[in-house]
Ligand binder design. Sequence first.
Ligand code: NAP
Length: 283
Amino acid sequence: MKTVMIGQDRVPQVGQGTWQLGRDRKTRDQEIEALRYGIERGLTLIDTAEMYADGGAEEVVGEAIRQASQPVFVVSKVWPSNQAPARLRRSLEASLKRLGREQLDLYLLHWPSRTVPLKDALAGLVEAYRAGLTRYVGVSNFPTAALQEALALMPPDVPLVVDQVEYHLANRRAETQLLPFARAHQVTLMAYSPVKFLAHLRPGDDRADLLARLAQAHHTAPATIALAYLLEAGPVIAIPKALSRAHIDANAAALEITLTEEERRALQEHFPCPSEDLPFTAL
Ligand SMILES: NC(=O)c1ccc[n+]([C@@H]2O[C@H](COP(=O)([O-])OP(=O)(O)OC[C@H]3O[C@@H](n4cnc5c(N)ncnc54)[C@H](OP(=O)(O)O)[C@@H]3O)[C@@H](O)[C@H]2O)c1
């Protein structure tokens, strides 16, 4: 199984996303069952956020990981308007309550904030780390310059270990500057929305054909190929959200396959990388 280190923890390179979970009580059991099935398949890193269904996704995760068969690495995120230190602390405590945990594994600033200065938001993260409320801290939606600024503001004893950004074959902008920069600074990229683009590929599209051909060669699904590409791009963890067992199986299969150099090159040619970095957007 493909794994990477976050601090002292070894985690799988494919985890589970939870955006849009926890919105409807009627689908709650199905969502809990899907997350538990993913855990059984080795997807033992779960990404959530206080913003998802106003805490509803965290409640679903809490239920899914209660009495889980193996340890689960839980990631949550604080929304920009809650990033001033006192509010961040309240947000984190509320997230922990919904998750049924005393400590998070990783807590991220969800987006750069328009209203809270970055140094204050990071001070809140550091305080939460020192209080033992989270084992690791990081950021999300930080392009290279913003990540560089954040790293410079962190005290040496509190490592910033993750930047979670949009990264998939149809949006390879993270590869231009962010990925090499993150690699050089021991920051792991977490790739969100890694498979969603597949639904927008039209039949007959060259890119869909290539993915289908590679999938056939590896006796697997196109999504598995799309994820495998990301995992091999550097220290990257992909966090697809999947409810169907077939999707979860295809996502877990990416932990086991390796693409050839030729296959990677063909993917890069069909899904060209734009030259600009990810945009900076503060919310
Ligand atoms: N930090 C941020 O700002 C941010 C932003 C967006 C997302 N995220 C995180 O990243 C996670 C993933 O991103 P996302 O939910 O936007 O997109 P995604 O995981 O790329 O796509 C989810 C969609 O793809 C389908 N799918 C899953 N596995 C598949 C497979 N093997 N083959 C074909 N289709 C598959 C799912 O269907 P089913 O559910 O029906 O199986 C669902 O419709 C989120 O859930 C969230 O945790 C973070």
